[in-house]
Design a binder for this molecule. Structure first.
Ligand code: BT5
Length: 269
């Protein structure tokens, strides 16, 4: 295990966060290669690690998306980072952690790069209709509260088109691919953790509403005609808004509203 990777310095992340955060990055574990930072963070949380522990890897061999999908995770290019959280909230509210993380990432990337990142419900970071990053939230819950949650963040920073195999090249992008410039992963990771710290405090001290409101401002989904796939079912309609739990309120052609708590959205127009 090394503590450095080109343009990714854990010492610099720690120094930049010191005095600026209260929860995120209290402990940072860097791994050159790991199967999945989420899996490793889940193991650490199971052993009682501190809230705010962050696992960062230079590469993942088994990067995970939702529903058993794979996350392309080559070395030296991107951010793969998982954060252990222990909020006193119900499992029903876990989606708000994804919304909070999407808001934090979009804001951080905008600050570092001025790229006009938007959020596609529920977990996609988008630019110009292409996927720049994604968030995978996994929880361990008792009956009525979360024991711990792992928020996994994958951001394509310096990924080139030639690094995107097969069809991924037709819908994915990276900060470099979009802007033409190389970006330091350290700086982006620091900004993400600072934003996460800020929005987590909002969640714990004020509640879900400010996060849902900010999410709406950053969203590219709301007000658009969309096709939503939920398991085997497909619904088409207008994405109305999200409620405080992060459910998508889909206005169907018969004017009824369907609440959707998980699914894949394609924006039709
Ligand atoms: C996501 O899933 O978007 C969540 C991705 C979370 C990845 C992070 S990396 C750190 C942490 N550790 C992990 O193991 N995971 C998290 P989903 O919405 O299901 O999207 C997955 C789909 O995105 C795949 O089926 C591909 O089509 C596409 N995809 C895979 N790799 C990609 C990449 N690097 N960039 C853009 N799209 C990608």
């Amino acid at each position: 295990m090394k503590n450095e990777s080109p343009d990714m310095s854990i010492e610099e992340i720690k120094n930049s966060l010191s005095g600026h955060v209260s929860v995120m990055g209290k402990k940072i574990i860097f791994l050159e290669t790991v199967d999945s930072t989420n899996t490793r963070a889940m193991e650490l949380a199971g052993k009682g690690c501190e809230e705010g522990t962050v696992v960062i890897a230079d590469a993942q061999t088994g990067g995970k998306g939702r529903l058993g999908r794979k996350w392309l995770s080559p070395p030296g290019k991107n951010i793969y980072m998982s954060i252990v959280l222990k909020p006193y909230i119900s499992p029903r509210d876990a989606t708000v952690l994804t919304l909070m993380s999407a808001v934090s990432c979009a804001t951080a990337i905008k600050k570092c790069s001025s790229i006009p990142v938007t959020i596609k419900w529920p977990n996609d970071l988008m630019v110009s209709g292409r996927k720049l990053g994604g968030i995978l939230t996994e929880i361990k819950a008792d009956m009525d509260r979360i024991s711990y949650a792992i928020v996994g963040i994958g951001i394509n920073v310096n990924l080139d088109l030639m690094d995107m195999p097969g069809e991924i090249g037709s819908f994915a992008t990276s900060i470099k691919h979009h802007s033409g410039d190389l970006y330091p992963r350290t700086k982006i990771a620091v900004e993400i953790l600072k934003e996460m710290d800020k929005w987590y405090a909002v969640l714990l001290n004020i509640g879900k509403k400010p996060i849902a409101d900010e999410w709406m401002l950053l969203s590219s989904t709301i007000g658009r005609a969309v096709k939503v796939t939920v398991g085997g079912a497909v619904f088409t309609g207008i994405a109305g808004s999200i409620d405080e739990e992060g459910m998508l309120m889909l206005k169907l052609p018969d004017n009824s509203v369907k609440k959707i708590n998980a699914g894949d959205v394609v924006i039709l127009g």
